[in-house]
Design a binder for this molecule. Structure first.
Ligand SMILES: Nc1ncnc2c1ncn2[C@@H]1O[C@H](COP(=O)(O)OP(=O)(O)OP(=O)(O)O)[C@@H](O)[C@H]1O
Length: 506
């Protein structure tokens, strides 16, 4: 019995094997080859997508401003075609001392002042990239003013700076003065590039830049009639989109020069003492007249027979300060359909705005960067700050530079007047302003836009991109291969001529 049962079960097993195509040598070979092929395909896909150590290219821009010089190092992925990789700020260095325009008497010192930050840059950029790293210097309003005053002196400063920069192992591309229009336009490019608005063709953000000697406003207006003031318009074609940008730079309307203008206005009443509502009560300094008037922005306003020094005394009255500040603007003449101030055309404001440089430094100190706070509350807070006694201000902020500390009341009043009376922001549109310092780790300012432009890093046309990213492509190929293989196996199982159908020998 048991022998019979054993023989029966052996026959069953053989029949099962014969009926099951998985047990045929051909099917086994196909399955093994198929599995190996899939494992190979997945391995290739994984290896292809494994992060490889990134190689970078670098670029250096020196922002030679009126108050100081700053060095910025940018980097971007080296292997991207057509320079389409994202550019980021890698490092920055603040040059010690004042801006290069202050070395008019001793130009060699302007060159020397850059050495420390340049040596820092040599360490920051990998040695093998030095020779191919472009190095630019752009000078803004301080040098514009020096050039107006004394073009020989400004040339000498540029020569000294050039000589100093050429000593370093980078690819020196020149030192030049930016026009106010370039400064405004490149600031706008920077903000919109960092926000990814240009690549994605999104509505752009306007740029408000407040420097020490000039201030810029740039935005894309709605229904912009360029012909009304062609000198205020800049056209760009970036990533396949056309932009008609309105931009204007007000020379002498940076916060340092406006402070001179405001003081000069107040010295009219009596040159010996200025009782200044824009400075804190208790503030009292003896200042030099020639220093105050040592700028083409105010030199023609110097009173006859002025004493050597004047006594600058704080009163701390925000309302009166606003009146003083308003005096530096001319709102009366306008030959266009509409103007900002000083007879300069400005189309209606449109969209969101990013306000940086001194806009940010001042509003951040005053705790007023939140623009959803009503303008009336902003003014009340500022009025409270201005009325705070000077000794209390110094005690509360021992870590802050005394010069900045003394001027925040004035600067805050100037910023609010410039925005509302100058550019016509209303209590509603004020909330469309965002005070910013950095965007995604890079400083807001003209330098990045300048470098992107000079290195042709933003193409005029949108680069052709494959319909799928690489990882997506590999995944889809793998899935399709698996599908085809499975279908093949199913086909084999179902339609292969079965060995059980062979004539059986009884
Ligand atoms: N922490 C701070 N608090 C207050 N003011 C500051 C601070 N840092 C810089 N500033 C001032 O802000 C102003 C703008 O600085 P920024 O470096 O942007 O101007 P700049 O490049 O020197 O000027 P410009 O662009 O007109 O040539 C200057 O007057 C500077 O002295």
């Amino acid at each position: 019995m048991s022998a019979q049962r054993a023989a029966g079960s052996l026959t069953d097993c053989r029949e099962m094997k014969e009926k099951n195509p998985w047990h045929t040598p051909v099917t086994i070979s196909i399955t093994v080859i198929g599995v190996i092929a899939i494992v190979a395909l997945v391995t290739v896909a994984v290896l292809q997508n494994k992060p490889v150590p990134q190689k970078y290219k670098y670029g250096i821009v020196l922002d030679a401003g009126s108050s100081h010089t700053a060095l910025y190092i940018y980097k971007w992925p080296a292997e991207k075609d057509n320079n389409t990789g994202r550019v980021e700020q890698e490092h920055s260095c603040k040059v010690k001392g004042k801006g290069i325009s202050s070395y008019a008497e001793t130009p060699w010192q302007a060159g020397e002042s850059l050495t420390e930050c340049m040596e820092d840059a040599v360490k920051q950029v990998p040695t093998k990239r030095h020779f191919e790293t472009p190095l630019y210097l752009g000078a803004t309003a301080g040098m514009r003013l020096l050039h107006m005053e004394n073009s020989v002196a400004s040339d000498k400063v540029f020569q000294a700076v050039e000589k100093s920069l050429q000593k370093f192992p980078f690819s020196y591309q020149g030192a030049r003065m930016l026009s106010g229009q370039e400064e405004g336009a490149f600031g706008w490019v920077t903000v919109n590039y960092l926000d990814d608005r240009l690549k994605q063709g999104l509505e752009t953000t306007g740029a408000l830049d407040l420097g020490g000697a000039s201030t810029q406003i740039s935005f894309v207006p709605k229904n912009y009639i360029i012909s009304e003031s062609p000198s205020n318009s800049v056209t760009f074609r970036l990533y396949g989109n056309d932009y008609n940008l309105y931009t204007h730079s007000f020379l002498c309307y940076g916060k340092d020069q406006v402070l001179r203008l405001a003081l000069a206005h107040q010295t009219k009443s009596g040159p010996g003492e200025i009782a200044d509502p824009c400075f804190h009560p208790g503030y009292s300094e003896s200042k030099n007249y020639s220093v105050l008037y040592d700028s083409p922005c105010v030199s023609d306003r110097k009173p006859q027979g002025a004493p050597v020094t004047f006594h600058h005394k704080g009163e701390g009255n925000f309302q009166q300060c606003q009146e003083v500040v308003k005096n530096v603007f001319n709102f009366t003449s306008c030959k266009y359909s509409r103007c900002s101030f000083n007879g300069v055309f400005q189309p209606p404001l449109h969209g969101q705005f990013g306000a940086f440089s001194a806009y940010y430094y001042v509003m951040d100190f005053l705790n007023l960067t939140d623009t959803s706070v009503p303008l009336t509350t902003v003014k009340d807070k500022l009025a409270k700050h201005c009325a705070t006694p000077w000794n209390q201000i110094i005690q509360q902020h021992p870590e802050i530079h005394v010069k900045y500390l003394a001027e925040y009341c004035f600067s805050g009043a100037y910023i609010l007047t410039l925005l509302t009376e100058g550019y016509n922001f209303t209590s509603e549109s004020y909330s469309s302003i965002k005070f910013i310092k950095k965007i995604k780790g890079s400083d807001a300012g003209w330098t990045l836009g300048y470098m992107l432009n000079l290195t042709n890093m933003i193409p005029a046309e949108a680069p052709d991109s494959p319909p799928l990213p690489h990882a997506g492509y590999v995944s889809i190929v793998t899935v399709i291969a698996l599908l085809i293989f499975t279908l093949f196996i199913i086909f084999l199982c179902r339609f292969r001529p079965s060995s059980s159908k062979q004539p059986q020998i009884v």
